[in-house]
Design a protein around this ligand. Structure first.
Ligand SMILES: [Zn+2]
Length: 85
């Protein structure tokens, strides 16, 4: 049975970006838009190909693309500061 937990994603500058319901183990590489719980950047409504920026420091957070047939934010690992489990 699949389990999921909520992780918190912040920019390196400390800006809170989103909370995500993550299933499975391992590093957070992508966030399916449908599983984002708290969207503080306005990611959920972005189109495929968009490249969202941190509202505070302007760093690119990643890009929106189709992953396994679902829209997801592929994270720019260099911009993500911490993930709290
Ligand atoms: Zn930032």
């Amino acid at each position: 049975m699949a389990t999921s937990k909520t992780v918190k994603v912040e920019c390196q500058c400390g800006c809170a970006l989103l909370e995500y319901s993550k299933s499975g183990k391992g590093r957070l590489i992508k966030c399916y838009l449908a599983n984002i719980r708290s969207d503080q950047v306005g990611l959920i409504d972005l189109p495929i190909g968009a490249r969202p920026l941190c509202p505070d420091c302007g760093k690119r957070l990643g890009d929106i693309r189709m992953v396994h047939g679902k829209p997801a934010l592929k994270l720019n690992q260099g911009a993500i500061k911490k993930i709290r489990l």
